[in-house]
Design a binder for this molecule. Structure first.
Ligand code: PEP
Ligand code: MG
Length: 607
């Protein structure tokens, strides 16, 4: 929730982070603090009391079940003594002072259980804090942990409240997860600054989708600033100036004006073909997260939707969307885009895209590599089948392609295709009319998929390289990590060689290769991808015209030559230097900057 505290000092300071979404913003900031689930201090009607007690008992029972599962898992995988901590937690669930008295208070005070439990736990934590014994004092952490576990159970199924800003402001947060961002009403949001996160974290992707400037990896912005402080955010340079001078404010306003002029000029390219000077066509499509963005894709003349990240309709909801709700969203996009193709990616939940309604009792130690995405979907037909049915039903309204994420092995692809076929048979037997064939693709975002690409290419109509994850998994660098962001580089030769392998391995089967990771939206990144022989690039709609401008000004043969050269270079640094050498002048001539290359400059600052 936004904090209301006032300014600490008026000293000008410059914080350096990373460009997460281009653009400039100037204005007051609002600090958003991470939220515990909301509890409601509401007096209950007499008739509601029994149901509230029952709801509380159920939440305690569910928390107990979660803890027992966790204890079993830790005992099996780690050891008996490590599992003991959960015994302490389980004991708190039987505690009369915490649980028993909350239960009684629901009846005597007629208040919601979540509110009463949190109040009781805060009171007990304070009491623990006064105990001289350090061991007992630390039990306060266990107690709070347990009571919040029950509060989370009580909050399950509750729709999260929308966060509204009352005046145009720059949002500053320690970390923003995508579901909090989807709660934020974008009206009045001028830009976003976070202490954590990197340029391919999902919050950065959403910021770009919403056309909001954003800077991530600022380390301490949320603690240095107070709501109401004036800041200047530069999403291109990756900086945040606190209390900018008059001169700096004027410079931001002038640059905003110049940016507007540049964007207007780009719009003149909208209906021109996307083709290199020597005649190589490259399809430029849009990545979208929200159905309303179909409009943005059309406004920039996108070939189609190359990636629709469906998980965003699952975020921030207390429940899983029904088949009909999903159909509503898909159909809206498919009809709006028709006759252009729409690639609907099946649920890619997990990592930082946490779906509340799916958060299991056993969070993975390493969520990006955990039980997520296609792995979870194949295990949970109750979730996957309604989505597949909704996608197939939407295909009756336009051109739909289905894309399966996180494929590491041919058997996963086959299993997913089998379930899709099953969904088709069900629909046909119910008399639903759907096209005879829907093109099927797999994402190449795990090195295994690139290395064994022939097996996938043979059984797919198209492949989509997700460079955001491919980079993360190839270089073993968390894509959201601020500390490691200098090591995260989609232009690292190892990543480029995997993309080259994907293109070359697909060629004998005539399978189209698209790149839908963030590198595709960078003018130089796009050029390298095209040089590697990629057929289609899909990116945030706002990157399309800039990339088109770049492609229309180069020869494909030159791009090929550059791609061959960088493939042979020893490391990331050499690739960037080489590309800077080749394209610095061209970029300046076109009035563009390459985020992929300027990230390289920031990297050396870390050293
Ligand atoms: C990718 O990994 O490159 C990708 C496009 O998917 P996402 O960013 O949604 O993980
Ligand atoms: Mg991915």
């Amino acid at each position: 929730m936004p904090s209301n505290s006032t300014s600490r000092s008026n000293v000008r300071r410059v914080l350096r982070g990373q460009s997460a979404s281009p653009g400039l913003a100037l204005g007051k900031c609002v600090i958003l603090h991470e939220e515990k689930p909301a509890v409601n201090d509401r007096v209950l009607e007499e008739a509601e009391v029994d149901a509230e007690v029952a709801r509380f008992d159920l939440a305690v029972a569910d928390a107990r079940r979660e803890l027992l599962e966790l204890r079993g898992k830790v005992m099996e995988e780690v050891g008996q003594s490590e599992a003991k901590v959960f015994d302490a937690h389980l004991l708190f669930l039987d505690d009369q002072e915490l649980i028993g008295s909350t239960r009684k208070a629901v009846v005597s005070q007629r208040r919601e259980a979540g509110f009463l439990l949190r109040r009781k736990s805060e009171e007990l934590v304070q009491r623990f804090a006064r105990i001289p014994d350090a061991y007992l004092r630390e039990r306060a952490i266990d107690l709070e942990d347990v009571s919040e576990r029950v509060v989370r159970q009580l909050a399950k199924g509750q729709r999260r409240r929308a966060i509204e800003l009352h005046e145009p402001s720059i949002v500053v947060a320690h970390n923003l997860n995508p579901s909090t961002l989807t709660q934020l009403r974008v009206r009045n949001v001028l830009g976003i600054a976070t202490d954590l996160g990197g340029p391919t974290s999902h919050v950065a992707i959403l910021a770009r989708a919403l056309h909001l400037p954003a800077v991530s990896g600022l380390s301490s912005a949320s603690s240095l600033l107070r709501s109401g402080d004036v800041v200047a955010l530069d999403g291109n340079a990756g900086t945040l100036v606190i209390h900018p001078t008059e001169k700096e404010r004027k410079a931001v306003a002038d640059r905003q004006e110049a940016l507007r002029r540049f964007e207007l000029e780009l719009f003149s390219l909208r209906d021109l073909p996307s083709v290199t000077m020597d005649g190589r066509p490259v399809l430029l499509s849009a990545n979208i997260e929200l159905p309303v963005e179909a409009e943005n894709a059309i406004s920039v003349g996108a070939h189609g939707i190359g990636l629709y990240r469906t998980e965003f309709i699952y975020l921030g909801q207390g429940h899983l969307p029904t088949e009909d709700e999903q159909l509503g969203a898909y159909r809206f996009i498919v009809e709006r885009m028709a006759p252009r193709p729409v690639t609907i990616r099946t649920l890619d939940a997990g990592g930082d895209k946490i779906v509340d309604a799916l958060q299991g009792a056993q969070p993975d130690q390493n969520p990006f590599m955990g039980w997520r995405s296609i792995r979870m979907c194949l295990d949970r037909p109750d979730i996957f089948m309604p989505q597949l049915r909704a996608i197939l039903r939407s295909s009756a309204h336009g051109q739909v392609r289905v894309l399966f994420p996180m494929i590491a092995d041919i058997h996963e692809l086959r299993e997913a295709k089998k379930m899709l076929e099953h969904a088709r048979e069900e629909l046909v037997s119910q008399g639903v009319r759907i096209p005879a064939k829907v093109p099927i693709g797999a994402m190449v975002e795990i090195p295994a998929a690139a290395l064994c690409v022939e097996t996938l290419a043979r059984e797919c109509d198209f492949l989509s390289v997700g460079t955001n994850d491919l980079t993360q998994f190839t270089l073993a660098v968390d894509r959201g990590s601020q500390r490691l962001s200098h090591l995260y580089d989609p232009l690292h030769p190892a990543v480029l060689r995997l993309i080259d392998r994907t293109v070359e391995g697909s060629r004998p089967f005539g399978t189209l290769v698209e790149v839908c990771g963030e590198v595709a939206s960078d003018p130089v990144g796009a050029l390298v991808m095209v040089g590697l022989g990629v057929d289609e690039l899909s990116m945030s709609p706002w990157g399309i015209l800039e990339v088109k401008k770049m492609l229309r000004s180069i020869n494909w043969q030159d791009a090929r030559e550059v791609a061959r050269e960088v493939l042979e270079l020893p490391g990331s640094r050499e690739v960037r230097l080489h590309l800077q050498d080749r394209f610095k002048r061209k970029l300046a001539g076109l009035g563009m900057v390459s985020r992929a290359l300027s990230r390289g400059t920031q990297k050396s600052n870390h050293r």
